[in-house]
Design a protein around this ligand. Sequence first.
Ligand SMILES: O=P(O)(O)OC[C@H]1O[C@H](O[C@H]2O[C@H](CO)[C@@H](O)[C@H](O)[C@H]2O)[C@H](O)[C@@H](O)[C@@H]1O
Length: 290
Amino acid sequence: MGISEPKPRQTTAKMAAHPSAIGSFEKIMAAAEGKQVVVFLDYDGTLSPIVAHPDRALISPEMRSAVKDVAKLFPTAIVSGRSRSKVYDLVGLPELYYAGSHGMDIKAPRHGNDVVCQPAREFLPLIDRVCKILTAKMDTIPGALVENNKFCLSVHFRCVDEQRWGEVAGEVTSVMKECDQLRLTHGRKVLEIRPAIQWDKGNAVQFLLDSLGYTKSHNVLPIYIGDDRTDEDAFKVLRNRGQGIGILVSKTPTETFASYTLQDPSEVQQFLRRLVNYNRSRATPATLRN
Ligand SMILES: O=P(O)(O)OC[C@H]1O[C@H](O[C@H]2O[C@H](CO)[C@@H](O)[C@H](O)[C@H]2O)[C@H](O)[C@@H](O)[C@@H]1O
């Protein structure tokens, strides 16, 4: 297995089918009319810009304040590949739902219903073992980094000399060969190792909508904003429900199950701010139903 940047997944012509969520704001709000909006937000590349080191991917005070205001109006969840505790510490808003480890670790807001979902609990010892093995291997490759995301591992190669990307891939692949209970996915200059169970960000979105009492409801409009391949699982769930707005954060033409795009986190912030301003006088406070 080699490592390369994920290729653009769609032609520019087809990109026209995915207009800007800001340019289409009125249309999105028309779809939300009379419905309960539920907001799902990815973290890296969506709420925070992509930077060289994972520990330095911080959310700006303005973005935090926009998310906080959104959560006053609508149930709001962070859905991240990072561990739940890490993304909670970064975002720092106890009033949100948090789904960490690509949705494998879900917790309701501190004062809300105690929704907890950890479908991959039995994999913890294996993930810890593999983390130790890979950390030792990556220690020999300058710039490589293994991040323990509790139910998943991220092997980062953003800071590795491109000549040595093959070595990173080779080491990861050789460890994976011994572990058929784990599977490998590929994010933004990161290899993601996770339990081989059918549970992803899409399942997390479905689980949270069910927990909020919207399993079969026609009166809900989920809005999911994310930038990465793993977010496609969530976009797909919204497509299959025939309900909801998927928004891909991307500057480049990309094949996606999302319906709209935003260019970067600063546009995400603008969109969230508009959502707040538009709905402030109209929506009732977010309530938890179960
Ligand atoms: O689902 P997400 O919240 O988007 O998490 C996906 C991965 O994001 C982080 O890695 C990415 O962002 C880093 C900081 O900007 C960057 O250095 C790295 O190259 C990116 O892949 C996070 O560190 C990973 O654990 C997540 O799996």
